[in-house]
Design a protein around this ligand. Structure first.
Ligand code: GLN
Length: 287
């Protein structure tokens, strides 16, 4: 972050020097003016940074040397395993975002794999620094961890056989429903008051459906689209009234404001400069 600020300051100083250079007969004078303006502004910028840090009592962002992230790589297009991923064998929208955070902040990024259910416990135990796992912000989860700024909006959908008569969430009544344990899909089905069977992985739910052992799978929208690309004979049924919007965010241990601020700055930058939409388009539509 600091480097970027300085680069912008330098560019501004060069601009000033170029203007100064216009009225000058000597190129050397312009160059001198450029370097003087640049170093003066650079000093000013550094002072401004340390003053700002002193004011709100933050430690410098650079004191974080490494972020140990964890994910559950069973959630395409956000995280999955490939032979040649963006962070080792890990690939997907979240993995590319994590790699980009490393690039932008100059902080080393490590990725660990664990069960989705274990992610928040691992954060609380201090085993990992942050989660990046297509994780929906919920009030329940926010009691135990701190969420970053949200970076993606999704919803739950139903995956059914192409010839299914299920057309709304209410039609799931009396049907065999599969969800992934610990996903928000499980929570919404619970809240609707239906019985269901829970599996460890989304792919297991899809196998049940393909084998005719269940009637419907409730899961996140983008992941459902991916499963449909890979399996024929299925369709997606949406019900906006029953399934509200969900926001994906990263999580850190409660009170870890230094890391939270670093992640939020990077996320907000990637949201406004279009990086996150580009990455989503790349992994979702293959653009
Ligand atoms: N968005 C869902 C949740 O938070 C599923 C996330 C995931 O499987 N990675 O529960």
């Amino acid at each position: 972050m600091k480097k970027r600020v300085l680069a912008m300051v330098l560019a501004a100083a060069m601009g000033t020097a170029m203007l100064a250079g216009c009225g000058s007969s000597s190129d050397d004078t312009a160059a001198d003016a450029a370097s003087t303006a640049a170093s003066e502004t650079e000093e000013a910028a550094e002072t401004a940074t340390s003053e700002a840090e002193a004011e709100d009592g933050e430690t410098a962002e650079t004191s974080i040397e490494k972020i140990v992230f964890a994910t559950n790589p069973e959630f395409p297009p956000f995280e999955f395993i490939t032979t040649d991923g963006v962070i080792g064998e890990y690939d997907g929208i979240d993995m590319a975002i994590a790699a980009e955070i490393g690039e932008r902040t100059g902080v080393e990024v490590e990725m660990q794999s664990m069960e989705f259910d274990s992610l928040l416990v691992a954060l609380q135990n201090g085993q990992i620094d942050a989660t990046i796992a297509g994780m929906t912000v919920t009030d329940e989860r926010a009691k135990t961890v701190d969420f970053t700024t949200a970076y993606y909006t999704a919803t739950q959908v139903m995956i059914v056989a192409e010839d299914s008569d299920i057309a709304s969430a209410a039609d799931m009544e009396g049907k065999v429903i599969s969800v992934v344990q610990g996903y928000t899909g499980e929570t919404v089905v619970q809240d609707l008051g239906y019985e269901y069977q829970a599996f460890k992985k989304g792919t297991e739910c899809i196998m049940e459906l393909l084998n005719g052992k269940c009637d419907v799978v409730v899961i996140d929208s983008a992941t459902a689209e991916k499963y449909l690309e890979d399996n024929s004979g299925l369709k997606i049924v949406e019900d906006e009234e029953a399934f509200g919007a969900e926001e994906y965010a990263m999580a850190v241990a409660k009170g870890n404001t230094e890391l939270l601020d670093l992640l939020n700055n990077a996320i907000e930058e990637m949201l406004s400069d279009g990086t996150i939409s580009e990455l989503s388009a790349k992994y979702i539509d293959g653009e």
